[in-house]
Design a protein around this ligand. Structure first.
Ligand code: SAM
Length: 223
């Protein structure tokens, strides 16, 4: 079949219903698996670089794996997540806001640090740029962004329906696997300056087979 003429852009209504569907998928994950994102955490890099009492925004906070220790270590920490079901699992004493990372409901220069663990890979290419632009906007001068994403050597890069070479759809959600260079480029093109970049590769046995976990952790500064 030949299709002639311009490709019509997705309507605003279709875009909204797609965004709503994604929220429903995240909500459903938290209802069915409330303990999925409750594993170990490491905030040592934040503790080394940010003074206690500083304003920290944890984007994609989920049920508070990082938000709670940030709060307990003396930061004025606020969590943001798109899933209401995640936020209701979080003790109300921790400040949290239901919001989309693409448009954060905070004024320019409100925070000394932004933390974002395991979220960027779930956004589209444009979404990732928008999100990093929002980090830049809400950070004060010399503010730091602490980010963790999955890297291309992660075993799960081969699991799911392939969308592009490094992007798969699994459980209705996009999973993008980064190269360190790509992550740097994303932040540098927004105006950030790279302060630290590290790759963490670990192996674990699961159902008799060895699985490789590849994480990229990065610290970037708004000059
Ligand atoms: C893989 S989980 C990580 C949760 C938490 N950071 C952790 O490491 O335990 C990704 C989180 O990002 C949230 N999320 C997904 N898309 C989002 C968006 N557009 N805006 C804000 N949060 C989003 C999900 O609801 C989920 O809680």
């Amino acid at each position: 079949m030949e299709i002639k003429g311009a490709i019509i852009a997705m309507s605003e209504e279709a875009r909204r219903s797609h965004a709503k569907l994604l929220v429903n998928i995240w909500d459903e994950k938290y209802v069915l698996h409330p303990s999925w994102w409750k594993g170990p955490y490491d905030i040592s890099s934040v503790l080394r670089r940010v003074a206690a009492g500083a304003d920290v925004l944890d984007v994609g906070c989920g049920t508070g794996r990082y938000l709670v220790p940030l709060h307990r270590n003396g930061f004025r920490a606020v969590g943001v997540d798109i899933s209401r079901e995640a936020l209701v699992l979080l003790d109300p004493r921790y400040a949290r806001v239901l919001s989309d990372v693409h448009q954060l409901p905070f004024s320019d220069r409100s925070f000394d640090a932004v933390t974002c663990y395991g979220l960027l890979g779930h956004l589209t290419g444009n979404g990732r740029k928008k999100a990093v632009g929002e980090f830049f906007r809400v950070l004060r001068d010399c503010g730091l962004a602490f980010v963790e994403v999955l890297g291309r050597r992660d075993l799960r890069r081969s699991q799911g329906v392939k969308f592009t070479a490094d992007t798969l759809i699994r459980g209705g959600i996009q999973h993008h696997y980064f190269s360190p260079w790509e992550l740097c480029e994303l932040f540098q093109s927004t105006g950030f300056v790279m302060k630290a970049l590290d790759e963490k590769v670990s192996h674990k046995q699961y159902k008799g087979a060895e699985h490789t976990r590849h994480r990229i952790v990065m610290v970037a500064e708004k000059p």
